[in-house]
Ligand binder design. Structure first.
Ligand code: GCU
Length: 681
């Protein structure tokens, strides 16, 4: 059934649409030369056989030597004497890089997928299959790839009761109850999908962590998963609850400087490594949104992170400490808090600590300016945290391709050194010479048959992996690749699907939070409009805190005259954001409180411009529905119908967002809708 289970690894027959291409692929894959002595080699060989069988109708026979033209040779110099003899330049590829080259071996044309380590060969095999899946020529290959970041990680926000925080794809895929004795085959498919895009780390549990996760029974379950993932190059990490020494250790305190606490963590870590020898380390959310942390004992984030870092250090582990913090007191501007707490700690963390920073300073909004911490902590490796699950972008029902969001953040210019020092250069370590680098994505995966809750949300998982591998890749190219593998190589499908995807996130920005507005979603669930939300326990959990609409105008003044959040950016960026005329219009109301008649770049007054954006967002969704309807018959009915139904929901809800937002803000602006935008009488 076309239920989306296969993700982008569908391996559909090439011959059906392109018989000539298929013939050519067979010429270049007459026999397969690969060894199967290690679990990773077995995974590589199995994937190639499975992929080629699907794509070409049958897998090539296995061989030991290139005695015919067209051998496909896979491996490393130590696993393959043929590759050893070729003396390929694998220096600089590291553990995970690979080459795919058209070569001549023993007088015969061949294709070689070569790497220094087994895992590189597996990644190369997936790349090779992708070439066939997207119908690229394979006759004269000269590909050289190595990841630009070290840790390419999924953060699961999964709880032990299988509820997934901000998950919109069913329950957790980890069936904790049946682990470790029953291993769902789905875990292997999870590992395959991740390896196919280079993801090499997974945090199994929610950052709002349960201390139970670190009890022996649950460690055994995590170890079983680690065993499934290991051949695919994926290391397991766990979210640690800072107060675990008290909750499950029987201690009176979790003070990071207390010798007993230090001893407890050391013993706990030794226990974990005994079960999971390649355990990656801990992810920690501390002193944020009510979570326990070192500040409970008057200590700093660095004290807390270093406690765990010292415990995992002898085993080669890493501690990833999150910078998503905000204090309990009513803040003057929540956007400033992470920077205020972390910049003074630069240089105070152990060398196996990374600080994980959300892409923007508030919270995974449809659009945020890049987080001011990027570029501001040269001595502390900063890891990017994106959210793949669409907590603030319409859950799984709204179609929003996040590639452009990720790309926009990564390409943002921090200007901390010269012009053109991008967030990507911070994250890949090149700007500050970080020894550790990485990118994390909060997973959108659940127990739903299609993994992500919607077919198009698979693209966000895919795009995250591809951009983590190379933060400078193009989100459009990624969309095209994904669309070809997921739906069809037919240009009549690829082109419209890619164009739908590329504008889809901007449409969400338009109908939810145009011109730099943010956090206007319904309280708690964050789905649907709630610009009127006020009151409650915290000012920064209301919408009115963020939009600050009055009869005088709208927007959050973060300039030097306001909260001064702009000054957390490098001087040239701060100067730009401090001036409404120079602020990119998509961030206008993020940084400025402006009168309703403020003239925007279109020449229209601000109020009119808002209405235009809200309306544009709805129109875009309507356009996607039309485009998608036109693809009926070119996409299998099962997936076509679900996407069509979701787009209908999205249109209805985009209209709801627009109407509700305009009606609410109109109570302040007291202005009529611009001509042509009024509802029909
Ligand atoms: C958001 C989200 C929470 C989550 C938090 C975090 O605020 O709504 O559910 O726990 O981010 O990233 O820690």
């Amino acid at each position: 059934a076309e239920d989306g289970y296969e993700l982008w690894l569908r391996y559909q027959p090439v011959a059906a649409a392109k018989p000539e291409r298929a013939k050519d692929y067979r010429v270049h894959a007459t026999v397969l030369i690969a060894s199967d002595r290690t679990p990773t080699q077995v995974a590589t060989l199995t994937e190639l056989q499975r992929g080629l069988e699907g794509l070409l109708g049958s897998a090539p026979a296995l061989a030991d030597a290139a005695t015919v033209d067209g051998a496909l040779i896979v491996g490393t110099p130590s696993s393959s004497p043929l590759i050893e003899r070729l003396r390929l330049k694998t220096a600089g590829l590291g553990r995970e890089g690979y080459l795919i080259r058209s070569v001549v071996v023993d007088g015969h044309a061949a294709t070689v997928i070569a790497a220094n380590e087994d895992i590189g060969a597996l990644y190369g095999a997936f790349h090779y299959l992708r070439l066939l899946q997207t119908q690229q020529p394979v006759g004269a290959l000269d590909i050289r790839e190595a990841p630009r970041t070290q840790l390419r990680m999924l953060d699961h926000w999964d709880n032990l009761d299988r509820h997934v925080e901000r998950g919109y794809a069913g329950q957790s895929i980890w069936d904790w109850h049946k682990l470790p004795d029953y291993i769902d085959p789905r875990y292997t498919d999870y590992a395959r999908a991740n390896a196919s895009i280079g993801i090499n780390a997974t945090v199994l549990n929610n950052v709002n962590a349960s201390a139970q996760q670190l009890t022996p029974m649950v460690i055994a379950k995590a170890a079983a998963l680690a065993g499934v993932f290991r051949p695919y190059g994926i290391r397991v990490f766990l979210s640690a609850r800072f107060s675990a020494p008290v909750e499950i250790g029987g201690l009176k305190t979790a003070d990071p400087l207390d010798p007993q606490v230090r001893q407890w963590w050391k013993a706990k870590v030794d226990e974990i490594y005994a079960a999971i020898p390649d355990f990656g380390g801990f992810l920690v959310k501390a002193n944020s949104e009510g979570q326990p942390g070192p500040q409970d004992y008057g200590r700093t984030h660095a004290d807390g992170a270093n406690l765990l870092a010292d415990a995992v250090k002898p085993h080669g582990g890493t501690v990833i400490w999150r910078a998503f913090v905000y204090s309990h007191e009513t803040p003057d501007d929540r956007a400033k808090q992470a920077y205020s707490e972390f910049v003074p700690l630069d240089g105070k963390f152990r060398d196996n600590v990374m600080v994980q920073v959300k892409n923007g300073a508030i919270d995974f909004q449809p659009r945020e300016p890049f987080h001011p911490l990027f570029g501001a902590m040269p001595k502390t490796p900063l890891m990017m945290e994106f959210q793949i699950t669409k907590e603030y972008l319409g859950f799984a029902t709204h179609l929003a391709y996040l590639g452009p969001l990720f790309e926009e953040t990564l390409r943002a210019d921090t200007k901390v050194q010269a012009d053109g020092t991008t967030v990507a250069e911070v994250v890949d370590g090149s700007l500050h010479g970080y020894k550790l680098t990485g990118m994390a994505g909060v997973a959108n995966i659940g127990s739903d048959r299609n993994w992500s809750g919607s077919h198009f949300d698979q693209a966000n998982w895919y795009a995250f992996g591809r951009l983590a591998w190379n933060p400078e890749s193009s989100s459009r190219d990624i969309a095209e690749e994904w669309a070809r593998m997921t739906f069809s190589n037919d240009a009549g499908v690829v082109q419209p699907v890619v164009s739908m995807m590329m504008g889809s996130r901007e449409a969400v920005v338009d109908y939810m939070t145009p011109l730099g507005l943010h956090h206007l979603m319904g309280r708690g669930h964050h789905y649907g409009p709630g610009p009127w939300v006020e009151g409650g326990p915290r000012a920064d959990w209301t919408a009115v805190y963020y939009h600050r609409a009055t009869q005088d105008g709208i927007g959050f003044d973060r300039t030097t005259r306001g909260s001064d959040a702009v000054s957390q950016y490098a001087k040239p960026v701060a100067a730009q954001f401090n001036d409404p005329q120079r602020t990119p219009e998509e961030f206008l109301l993020w940084f400025h409180h402006l009168p309703w008649d403020y003239t925007t770049t279109s020449g229209r007054p601000l109020w009119d411009e808002l209405v235009v954006h809200y309306t544009q967002g709805v129109d875009y969704v309507r356009g996607m529905r039309t485009t998608w309807a036109g693809l009926a018959g070119r996409i299998d009915p099962e997936r076509h119908a679900q996407v069509a139904a979701f787009l209908a929901i999205q249109e209805k809800e985009a209209q709801w967002w627009r109407d509700a937002s305009i009606a609410y803000f109109q109570t302040f602006s007291q202005r009529p809708l611009p001509a042509g935008y009024a509802p029909p009488a």
